[in-house]
Design a protein around this ligand. Structure first.
Ligand code: NDP
Length: 299
Protein backbone atom coordinates (compact mmCIF):
# COMPACT_ATOMS: atom_id res chain seq x y z
CA UNK A 1 0.00 0.00 0.00
CA UNK A 2 1.28 3.52 -0.69
CA UNK A 3 0.70 7.09 0.34
CA UNK A 4 1.60 9.11 -2.76
CA UNK A 5 4.87 7.38 -3.75
CA UNK A 6 5.77 6.39 -0.21
CA UNK A 7 5.20 2.87 1.09
CA UNK A 8 3.46 2.56 4.43
CA UNK A 9 3.92 0.38 7.49
CA UNK A 10 0.84 -1.08 9.14
CA UNK A 11 0.32 -0.11 12.79
CA UNK A 12 -1.47 -2.23 15.39
CA UNK A 13 -4.22 0.42 15.57
CA UNK A 14 -4.99 -0.36 11.89
CA UNK A 15 -3.49 2.91 10.72
CA UNK A 16 -0.90 3.16 7.92
CA UNK A 17 2.32 4.96 8.88
CA UNK A 18 4.36 6.39 5.97
CA UNK A 19 7.76 4.70 5.90
CA UNK A 20 9.47 8.07 5.36
CA UNK A 21 8.71 11.45 6.90
CA UNK A 22 10.21 14.81 7.80
CA UNK A 23 11.66 15.37 11.27
CA UNK A 24 11.79 18.88 12.70
CA UNK A 25 13.92 18.59 15.87
CA UNK A 26 16.20 21.67 15.93
CA UNK A 27 14.42 23.16 12.92
CA UNK A 28 14.18 26.83 13.89
CA UNK A 29 10.50 27.89 14.02
CA UNK A 30 11.10 30.53 11.32
CA UNK A 31 12.40 27.82 8.96
CA UNK A 32 9.91 25.12 9.89
CA UNK A 33 6.89 26.39 7.92
CA UNK A 34 8.96 26.42 4.72
CA UNK A 35 10.52 23.02 5.42
CA UNK A 36 7.11 21.45 5.98
CA UNK A 37 5.72 23.06 2.82
CA UNK A 38 8.73 21.89 0.80
CA UNK A 39 8.34 18.37 2.18
CA UNK A 40 4.65 18.15 1.33
CA UNK A 41 5.34 19.60 -2.12
CA UNK A 42 7.79 16.74 -2.69
CA UNK A 43 5.36 14.05 -1.59
CA UNK A 44 6.03 13.69 2.15
CA UNK A 45 2.91 13.00 4.18
CA UNK A 46 4.45 12.31 7.62
CA UNK A 47 5.75 15.14 9.81
CA UNK A 48 7.38 14.33 13.16
CA UNK A 49 7.37 17.06 15.81
CA UNK A 50 7.17 17.22 19.62
CA UNK A 51 5.96 19.56 22.33
CA UNK A 52 9.61 20.02 23.33
CA UNK A 53 10.72 21.11 19.84
CA UNK A 54 8.98 24.48 20.12
CA UNK A 55 7.71 24.35 16.52
CA UNK A 56 4.32 22.57 16.64
CA UNK A 57 2.63 25.85 15.63
CA UNK A 58 4.83 26.13 12.56
CA UNK A 59 4.23 22.48 11.63
CA UNK A 60 0.48 23.12 11.69
CA UNK A 61 0.94 26.32 9.72
CA UNK A 62 3.13 24.62 7.11
CA UNK A 63 0.55 21.88 6.60
CA UNK A 64 -2.27 24.40 6.22
CA UNK A 65 -0.26 26.59 3.83
CA UNK A 66 0.67 23.59 1.68
CA UNK A 67 -2.99 23.11 0.83
CA UNK A 68 -2.73 19.37 1.63
CA UNK A 69 -5.83 17.68 2.91
CA UNK A 70 -5.48 17.13 6.67
CA UNK A 71 -6.83 13.61 6.10
CA UNK A 72 -3.90 12.78 3.80
CA UNK A 73 -1.33 13.89 6.34
CA UNK A 74 0.20 11.89 9.19
CA UNK A 75 1.15 14.14 12.11
CA UNK A 76 3.16 12.81 15.04
CA UNK A 77 3.81 14.75 18.22
CA UNK A 78 5.27 13.81 21.60
CA UNK A 79 4.50 14.52 25.22
CA UNK A 80 7.42 15.94 27.16
CA UNK A 81 8.33 14.57 30.62
CA UNK A 82 7.25 17.79 32.39
CA UNK A 83 3.69 16.69 31.47
CA UNK A 84 3.89 13.14 32.81
CA UNK A 85 1.18 11.98 35.25
CA UNK A 86 -2.49 11.54 34.25
CA UNK A 87 -3.94 15.06 34.49
CA UNK A 88 -0.75 16.80 33.30
CA UNK A 89 -0.67 14.46 30.28
CA UNK A 90 -4.26 15.28 29.37
CA UNK A 91 -3.40 18.99 29.58
CA UNK A 92 -0.20 18.40 27.64
CA UNK A 93 -2.14 16.65 24.88
CA UNK A 94 -4.56 19.59 24.64
CA UNK A 95 -1.56 21.91 24.43
CA UNK A 96 -0.17 19.94 21.48
CA UNK A 97 -3.48 20.08 19.61
CA UNK A 98 -3.89 23.78 20.32
CA UNK A 99 -0.39 24.63 19.09
CA UNK A 100 -0.76 22.45 15.98
CA UNK A 101 -4.22 23.89 15.32
CA UNK A 102 -5.74 20.46 14.68
CA UNK A 103 -8.48 18.54 16.46
CA UNK A 104 -6.61 15.23 16.31
CA UNK A 105 -3.13 13.85 15.73
CA UNK A 106 -2.21 10.64 13.95
CA UNK A 107 0.39 9.40 16.43
CA UNK A 108 0.94 10.55 19.99
CA UNK A 109 4.17 9.39 21.66
CA UNK A 110 5.62 9.58 25.15
CA UNK A 111 8.94 11.30 24.35
CA UNK A 112 10.98 9.30 26.87
CA UNK A 113 10.60 6.73 29.60
CA UNK A 114 11.16 8.35 32.99
CA UNK A 115 12.63 5.42 34.94
CA UNK A 116 12.99 7.46 38.15
CA UNK A 117 9.19 7.96 38.16
CA UNK A 118 7.80 5.15 36.09
CA UNK A 119 4.39 5.53 37.77
CA UNK A 120 4.11 9.00 36.19
CA UNK A 121 5.19 7.46 32.86
CA UNK A 122 2.44 4.82 33.16
CA UNK A 123 -0.14 7.44 34.14
CA UNK A 124 0.80 9.55 31.10
CA UNK A 125 0.47 6.51 28.84
CA UNK A 126 -2.98 5.76 30.31
CA UNK A 127 -3.97 9.33 29.43
CA UNK A 128 -2.78 8.61 25.87
CA UNK A 129 -4.91 5.44 25.87
CA UNK A 130 -7.88 7.62 26.81
CA UNK A 131 -7.14 9.99 23.91
CA UNK A 132 -6.97 6.98 21.58
CA UNK A 133 -10.32 5.66 22.83
CA UNK A 134 -11.85 9.11 22.26
CA UNK A 135 -10.53 9.22 18.68
CA UNK A 136 -8.36 12.27 19.32
CA UNK A 137 -5.26 10.40 18.22
CA UNK A 138 -5.29 7.58 15.67
CA UNK A 139 -2.41 5.69 17.29
CA UNK A 140 -0.27 5.90 20.42
CA UNK A 141 3.26 4.85 21.17
CA UNK A 142 6.51 5.62 22.91
CA UNK A 143 10.01 6.81 22.16
CA UNK A 144 13.39 5.84 23.57
CA UNK A 145 11.96 2.86 25.47
CA UNK A 146 14.22 -0.15 26.08
CA UNK A 147 12.94 -3.73 26.05
CA UNK A 148 12.67 -3.58 29.86
CA UNK A 149 10.73 -0.30 29.75
CA UNK A 150 8.35 -1.80 27.19
CA UNK A 151 7.85 -4.90 29.33
CA UNK A 152 7.08 -2.78 32.38
CA UNK A 153 4.71 -0.56 30.41
CA UNK A 154 2.77 -3.35 28.71
CA UNK A 155 2.35 -5.28 31.96
CA UNK A 156 0.44 -2.31 33.44
CA UNK A 157 -1.49 -0.91 30.47
CA UNK A 158 -3.98 -2.14 27.86
CA UNK A 159 -2.78 -0.89 24.46
CA UNK A 160 0.51 -2.18 23.07
CA UNK A 161 2.44 0.84 21.73
CA UNK A 162 2.04 1.04 17.95
CA UNK A 163 5.52 2.55 17.58
CA UNK A 164 8.75 2.87 19.52
CA UNK A 165 10.77 5.72 18.01
CA UNK A 166 14.45 5.19 18.85
CA UNK A 167 17.92 6.25 17.77
CA UNK A 168 18.78 4.07 14.77
CA UNK A 169 21.36 4.51 12.00
CA UNK A 170 24.12 2.33 10.52
CA UNK A 171 26.39 3.04 13.50
CA UNK A 172 23.68 2.12 16.05
CA UNK A 173 21.31 -0.51 14.70
CA UNK A 174 19.62 -1.86 17.86
CA UNK A 175 19.15 -5.47 16.62
CA UNK A 176 17.88 -6.84 19.96
CA UNK A 177 15.28 -4.13 20.42
CA UNK A 178 14.10 -4.50 16.82
CA UNK A 179 13.59 -8.23 17.30
CA UNK A 180 11.58 -7.51 20.44
CA UNK A 181 9.45 -4.98 18.53
CA UNK A 182 8.84 -7.47 15.72
CA UNK A 183 7.74 -10.15 18.20
CA UNK A 184 5.21 -7.77 19.76
CA UNK A 185 3.82 -6.00 16.69
CA UNK A 186 5.54 -2.71 17.56
CA UNK A 187 6.83 -0.70 14.60
CA UNK A 188 10.40 0.57 14.87
CA UNK A 189 10.78 4.20 13.85
CA UNK A 190 14.30 5.54 13.42
CA UNK A 191 15.26 8.92 14.83
CA UNK A 192 18.55 10.38 13.62
CA UNK A 193 18.21 8.00 10.64
CA UNK A 194 21.21 9.68 8.97
CA UNK A 195 23.23 9.55 12.18
CA UNK A 196 22.61 13.25 12.75
CA UNK A 197 22.92 12.86 16.52
CA UNK A 198 26.63 12.14 16.08
CA UNK A 199 27.02 15.57 14.48
CA UNK A 200 25.11 17.73 17.00
CA UNK A 201 28.45 18.86 18.46
CA UNK A 202 30.75 18.92 15.43
CA UNK A 203 33.52 20.78 17.28
CA UNK A 204 34.19 17.78 19.49
CA UNK A 205 36.25 15.51 17.24
CA UNK A 206 35.57 12.48 19.42
CA UNK A 207 31.84 12.84 18.89
CA UNK A 208 31.95 12.97 15.11
CA UNK A 209 31.00 9.60 13.70
CA UNK A 210 29.22 10.27 10.47
CA UNK A 211 27.81 7.19 8.71
CA UNK A 212 27.34 9.29 5.55
CA UNK A 213 31.13 9.39 5.20
CA UNK A 214 31.75 5.67 5.71
CA UNK A 215 33.49 4.10 2.67
CA UNK A 216 30.90 1.30 2.42
CA UNK A 217 28.09 3.88 2.19
CA UNK A 218 30.03 6.07 -0.23
CA UNK A 219 30.80 3.04 -2.43
CA UNK A 220 27.13 2.06 -2.65
CA UNK A 221 26.25 5.67 -3.45
CA UNK A 222 28.63 5.57 -6.37
CA UNK A 223 27.32 2.15 -7.53
CA UNK A 224 23.68 3.33 -7.61
CA UNK A 225 24.27 6.96 -8.65
CA UNK A 226 22.71 8.07 -5.36
CA UNK A 227 23.93 10.16 -2.43
CA UNK A 228 25.16 8.63 0.85
CA UNK A 229 22.00 9.93 2.57
CA UNK A 230 19.82 8.17 -0.02
CA UNK A 231 21.71 4.90 0.52
CA UNK A 232 21.23 5.07 4.29
CA UNK A 233 17.54 5.98 3.96
CA UNK A 234 17.00 3.13 1.48
CA UNK A 235 18.66 0.79 4.02
CA UNK A 236 15.98 1.86 6.55
CA UNK A 237 13.23 1.11 4.04
CA UNK A 238 14.67 -2.33 3.20
CA UNK A 239 14.90 -3.00 6.96
CA UNK A 240 11.21 -2.23 7.51
CA UNK A 241 11.85 0.77 9.75
CA UNK A 242 10.11 4.09 9.32
CA UNK A 243 12.64 6.94 9.05
CA UNK A 244 12.19 10.66 9.72
CA UNK A 245 15.26 12.52 8.42
CA UNK A 246 15.45 16.19 9.39
CA UNK A 247 16.43 18.94 7.02
CA UNK A 248 15.50 22.58 6.61
CA UNK A 249 17.08 22.68 3.13
CA UNK A 250 14.62 22.17 0.24
CA UNK A 251 17.31 20.46 -1.89
CA UNK A 252 18.01 17.88 0.83
CA UNK A 253 14.32 17.45 1.67
CA UNK A 254 13.82 16.52 -2.00
CA UNK A 255 16.95 14.33 -2.08
CA UNK A 256 15.85 12.39 1.00
CA UNK A 257 12.59 11.22 -0.58
CA UNK A 258 14.11 10.16 -3.90
CA UNK A 259 14.79 6.65 -2.65
CA UNK A 260 11.92 4.68 -4.13
CA UNK A 261 13.44 4.04 -7.56
CA UNK A 262 16.20 1.60 -6.53
CA UNK A 263 16.81 -1.28 -4.13
CA UNK A 264 19.76 -2.58 -2.13
CA UNK A 265 20.49 -6.30 -2.26
CA UNK A 266 20.15 -8.37 0.95
CA UNK A 267 23.97 -8.59 1.06
CA UNK A 268 24.27 -4.81 0.85
CA UNK A 269 21.70 -4.39 3.63
CA UNK A 270 23.69 -6.86 5.75
CA UNK A 271 26.93 -4.99 4.99
CA UNK A 272 25.38 -1.80 6.36
CA UNK A 273 23.94 -3.68 9.38
CA UNK A 274 27.52 -4.74 10.10
CA UNK A 275 28.59 -1.10 10.63
CA UNK A 276 26.87 -1.19 14.05
CA UNK A 277 29.17 0.01 16.83
CA UNK A 278 26.68 -0.62 19.63
CA UNK A 279 27.39 2.94 20.81
CA UNK A 280 24.50 5.38 20.93
CA UNK A 281 24.98 9.09 20.19
CA UNK A 282 21.97 10.21 22.24
CA UNK A 283 21.28 10.03 25.97
CA UNK A 284 20.93 6.74 27.82
CA UNK A 285 17.14 6.30 28.24
CA UNK A 286 17.78 4.95 31.73
CA UNK A 287 19.03 8.38 32.80
CA UNK A 288 16.17 10.61 31.66
CA UNK A 289 14.64 12.52 34.54
CA UNK A 290 13.39 16.01 35.38
CA UNK A 291 16.61 16.92 37.20
CA UNK A 292 18.81 16.33 34.17
CA UNK A 293 16.20 17.70 31.73
CA UNK A 294 14.42 20.48 33.66
CA UNK A 295 12.87 22.01 30.51
CA UNK A 296 9.11 22.55 30.96
CA UNK A 297 6.52 22.79 28.20
CA UNK A 298 4.10 25.69 28.69
CA UNK A 299 0.60 24.56 27.93
P1 NDP B 1 19.16 13.11 11.09
O1 NDP B 1 19.84 11.82 11.06
O2 NDP B 1 17.86 13.28 10.42
O3 NDP B 1 20.19 14.19 10.54
C1 NDP B 1 19.85 15.53 10.41
C2 NDP B 1 21.12 16.28 10.03
O4 NDP B 1 21.59 15.86 8.76
C3 NDP B 1 20.89 17.75 9.94
O5 NDP B 1 22.09 18.38 10.36
C4 NDP B 1 20.68 18.01 8.45
O6 NDP B 1 21.10 19.30 8.15
C5 NDP B 1 21.53 16.93 7.82
N1 NDP B 1 20.99 16.38 6.58
C6 NDP B 1 19.71 16.14 6.24
N2 NDP B 1 19.62 15.60 5.02
C7 NDP B 1 20.88 15.46 4.56
C8 NDP B 1 21.43 14.98 3.35
N3 NDP B 1 20.65 14.52 2.38
N4 NDP B 1 22.78 14.99 3.22
C9 NDP B 1 23.59 15.46 4.20
N5 NDP B 1 23.11 15.93 5.37
C10 NDP B 1 21.77 15.94 5.55
O7 NDP B 1 19.10 13.52 12.63
P2 NDP B 1 18.06 14.15 13.65
O8 NDP B 1 18.66 13.96 14.97
O9 NDP B 1 17.64 15.49 13.24
O10 NDP B 1 16.78 13.17 13.61
C11 NDP B 1 15.73 13.29 12.68
C12 NDP B 1 14.41 13.46 13.40
O11 NDP B 1 14.20 12.44 14.38
C13 NDP B 1 14.30 14.75 14.22
O12 NDP B 1 14.11 15.89 13.43
C14 NDP B 1 13.14 14.42 15.11
O13 NDP B 1 11.93 14.55 14.41
C15 NDP B 1 13.44 12.97 15.46
N6 NDP B 1 14.20 12.84 16.71
C16 NDP B 1 13.56 12.26 17.79
C17 NDP B 1 14.21 12.09 18.99
C18 NDP B 1 13.49 11.45 20.11
O14 NDP B 1 13.99 11.47 21.24
N7 NDP B 1 12.33 10.87 19.88
C19 NDP B 1 15.58 12.55 19.19
C20 NDP B 1 16.18 13.14 18.00
C21 NDP B 1 15.51 13.24 16.82
P3 NDP B 1 20.16 20.43 7.39
O15 NDP B 1 18.92 20.63 8.16
O16 NDP B 1 21.05 21.62 7.40
O17 NDP B 1 19.94 19.87 6.01
Amino acid sequence: MTTATIPTVHLNSSVELPALGLGVFQSPPEETVGAVEAAIGNGYRLIDTAAAYGNEREVGEGIRRSGADRGEMFVTTKLWISDYGHEPALRGFEGCLRRLGFDYVDLFLLHHPMPSDFDATIAAYKAAEQMLAEGRTRAIGVSNFSKQHLERLTSQTDVVPAVNQVELHPFFTQPGLRDFHAAHGIVTQAWSPLGGVNRYRPTDANDVKNPLGHPRVVELASKYGKTPAQIVLRWHIESGTSAIPKSVRPDRIKENIQIFDFELTPDEVAALDALDTGVRGGPDPELIDRQRYPFKVEN
